[in-house]
Write a protein that binds this ligand. Structure first.
Ligand code: ZN
Ligand code: ZN
Length: 239
């Protein structure tokens, strides 16, 4: 399995060379390229990328609005996400049921609901192909069934909206926002996940001194026995 971080920018104004495009991951396996998320930055650029399929985590602008004019391939998303995108001219729609593994181009995707937004409910995906096993969750406060989600995972790919500060707000009984990288690394430690890659970078990362930030992330990982690093646009990885 090959991973290409097509974009690593969160829903912020600022962009840099390393974090130019909205967060998206291309998962290549055998002869297929499956794109996870397609934010507004990708509008009009899909023909060039030519994905075999697109899978969505939620309907926020930085994850789904690149499909405003439709898609050149099948698109997979949870029912709640389709509800929001019902007016999009996407022809080949597929529903992903939560906690039900589904094979997409030979890769098994299992959606785990995560706390993040009331209006745009989000999921994270547990992916497996061959012996590779990863968990991809660009936006979250927490995973509802975390131990099942992270069991046996080799790489956790998580939310870089904030490093140590909390971005969590209360709305009635629900919570909205993002958990810090620090918290996510503690989950990895508890679940025995050996490696973490941080994507969906917020302004703390994008506007800050990235060399310093990288050291902070590496150190937070090291303290927990995890190899932790920051992703950047174009970063490639083979599992
Ligand atoms: Zn986002
Ligand atoms: Zn979001």
């Amino acid at each position: 399995m090959k991973l290409t971080f097509l974009g690593t920018r969160g829903e912020i104004e600022k962009r840099t060379r390393r974090h130019r495009m909205h967060t998206s991951l291309m998962v290549s396996y055998r002869n297929a390229d499956v794109m996870i998320d397609c934010g507004l930055d990708w509008l009009g650029k899909l023909r060039l990328l030519n994905p075999s399929a697109i899978v969505l985590t939620h309907a926020h602008p930085d994850h789904a609005w690149g499909l405003k004019h439709g898609a050149p391939c099948p698109v997979y998303a949870p029912q709640k996400t389709w509800q929001e995108l019902r007016h999009y001219p996407i022809e080949d729609r597929h529903v992903i049921e939560e906690r039900t593994p589904a094979k997409i181009c030979g890769i098994i995707f299992e959606a785990f609901p995560v706390e993040h937004s009331i209006l745009s409910p989000a999921v994270g995906y547990r992916l497996s192909g061959g012996r590779a096993r990863i968990f991809y969750v660009p936006d979250l406060i927490f995973i509802h069934e975390r131990s099942a989600a992270l069991k046996g995972v080799q790489i956790y790919i998580g939310d870089g909206a904030t490093l140590t500060r909390s971005f969590i707000r209360r709305r009635g009984k629900a919570l909205i926002g993002h958990s810090p990288v620090q918290t996510q690394l503690t989950w990895c430690e508890k679940a025995g996940v050996p490696r973490a890659i941080i994507t969906h970078c917020g302004s703390e990362i994008v506007t800050g001194d990235e060399r310093k930030t990288s050291v902070i992330i590496q150190t937070m990982g090291h303290d927990r026995g995890i190899d932790a690093q920051l992703a950047y646009d174009g970063m490639k990885l083979t599992l």
